[in-house]
Design a binder for this molecule. Structure first.
Ligand SMILES: O=C(O)CCC(=O)C(=O)O
Length: 285
């Protein structure tokens, strides 16, 4: 799909259906300009040049190479370009059709894989990412409606060599945690593209960042997690955003950050030894 043209509600709904019942992933080609990509990439590189401690997850057996995969969290605070990116009109049209009009932001982070970075083990994304603990999820959980949409914005070419994400089409329909690495690596498709392209996928799809086998090229991506309004965000958006950013936020950005959703809300004063919510105020653990 070329993103220069605007998208109608019916096109957005078709794309959302593809995420739900089709292959589980779609491309938006040329969604961002060269200038936007350069600005975002420079900021991410600045924030990840020396820090290796904010590492990513799902490393499996590759703990020794963890420094070759770097994560930059809470991008909303790292530059106005990232607030612009989470509000991209076509992404928003599709995620609203998919997750509901009051969609919110669970996370916006960067995943930078340096040459030699080993990639990840196959997984599914928050809030399903510990679905291997089946008993901790509601009885009968299934894929009939979505709880996550991921947007991967490519900031470098995504090639087989550089570590383009691997994904198993249609796997979202099963609603199970990946339990067969051999099958995954044999059958996964690669999300190939150029800097500026976006892949949207259903977080229930089996997927993984793949090894960066190039000698000198980084593979950097922005990972945006969109959630329906009633799922707790993965990053603490409300406490993570500064007054400075919030004061300038558009109504859509405020919605994404969770400011217009009223729950949980104190609907009556606490009683019985827990006066006026003192327990909560004094106990932040
Ligand atoms: O960077 C990628 O290709 C995928 C990252 C991912 O799936 C994750 O960190 O959850």
């Amino acid at each position: 799909m070329n993103t220069h043209a605007s998208i109608t509600l019916s096109e957005a709904t078709d794309q959302a259906q593809e995420l739900l019942k089709g292959s589980g992933y779609i491309y938006l080609r040329n969604a961002f300009s060269k200038e936007e990509i350069t600005e975002a990439r420079n900021l991410i590189h600045k924030h990840s040049e020396t820090s290796t401690e904010q590492v990513t997850h799902f490393h499996g057996k590759h703990q020794d190479k963890i420094h070759l995969q770097r994560r930059v969290w809470n991008l909303i605070e790292k530059g106005a370009i990232f607030a612009k990116m989470v509000q991209h009109p076509q992404i928003i049209a599709i995620v609203k059709a998919f997750l509901g009009s009051e969609v919110c932001l669970g996370s916006i982070a960067a995943n930078r894989i340096l040459p030699g970075g080993p990639g990840q083990e196959p997984h599914i994304d928050y809030p399903y990412w510990d679905l291997y603990k089946q008993a901790s999820f509601p009885l009968g959980i299934n894929a009939s409606f979505p709880l996550n949409c991921q947007a991967t914005i490519m900031l470098d070419p995504f090639t087989e060599t550089s570590g383009a994400t691997g994904i198993i089409p249609y796997s979202q329909t099963r609603c199970v945690y990946p339990d067969d690495e051999t099958y995954f690596y044999k059958h996964c498709e690669r999300t190939l593209g150029e800097a500026g392209d976006v892949v949207l996928f259903n977080g229930l799809c089996w997927h993984a960042a793949m090894p960066n086998k190039s000698k000198s090229i980084d593979r950097t991506a922005i990972l945006i997690q969109y959630l329906p309004k009633f799922v707790k965000p993965m990053e603490d958006q409300k406490n993570g955003v500064s007054k400075q950013v919030l004061d300038k936020a558009s109504p859509l950005l405020r919605q994404l950050l969770g400011f217009d959703y009223p729950y949980p809300k104190q609907l009556d004063k606490a009683t019985g030894g827990n006066e006026e919510g003192k327990y909560a105020q004094n106990n932040t653990d």
